[in-house]
Design a protein around this ligand. Structure first.
Ligand SMILES: [Zn+2]
Length: 54
């Protein structure tokens, strides 16, 4: 798989479970694995509960 954001290689195992999170080592974007049939897709993970910026 490739990071949709920066095209870096992402290590997503072919048997990854839907809902698994992968983080791009290059740009740090988080993606959630979603499956449609036998296809594995990545969708951007929502950042939840990481509001450290105050
Ligand atoms: Zn990336």
């Amino acid at each position: 798989m490739k990071c949709p954001e920066c095209d870096a290689g992402l290590d997503v195992p072919p048997d990854a479970m839907a809902g698994e999170l992968v983080t791009c080592p290059d740009c740090g974007s988080d993606y959630e694995v979603s499956k449609s049939g036998s296809d594995v897709e990545l969708k951007r993970a929502e950042k939840v509960g990481e509001d450290w910026g105050q």
